[in-house]
Design a protein around this ligand. Structure first.
Ligand SMILES: [Zn+2]
Ligand SMILES: [Zn+2]
Length: 127
């Protein structure tokens, strides 16, 4: 079982199933919502249990997806594509140790110009 939370604790969750390797997304929406690129793991909705949700707010970030944040501290937490039964989870909101590694970077055509990729993860140009 893996636990995680926002910065202030007004959102806390547990994951009771497998977590996907973390993927770094460099698209404009991820950069604007997170302040940098967004690295996310993913789990099935059925495996995610919110143990505190008083700060949880969802908003539509595009025509095809919504994102969740904490309305008390601003942490970027979750992402869900319409019709999908899984949530992407901001990997930085998990408690250590995560046991995860970064497997891919995506959407590099929208990458910021101020940093280079410094890990050994595979670079993928799919959306
Ligand atoms: Zn919070
Ligand atoms: Zn993105």
């Amino acid at each position: 079982m893996q636990t995680g939370s926002c910065l202030c604790g007004a959102v806390r969750y547990e994951v009771h199933g497998p977590l996907r390797p973390s993927i770094g997304c460099h698209c404009l929406i991820c950069r604007k919502t997170s302040g940098h690129y967004w690295s996310a793991t993913q789990a099935a909705c059925a495996d995610i249990r919110l143990t505190e949700n008083k700060g949880l707010r969802w908003f539509r970030s595009s025509d095809t997806a919504r994102r969740a944040f904490c309305n008390q501290c601003g942490s970027s937490l979750f992402y869900q594509e319409d019709g999908q039964d899984n949530w992407s989870i901001g990997t930085g909101t998990l408690d250590n140790p995560t046991g995860l590694r970064t497997s891919h970077h995506i959407c590099l055509d929208e990458k910021g110009d101020y940093y280079e990729l410094a890990d050994d993860a595979e670079i993928t140009r799919v959306q």
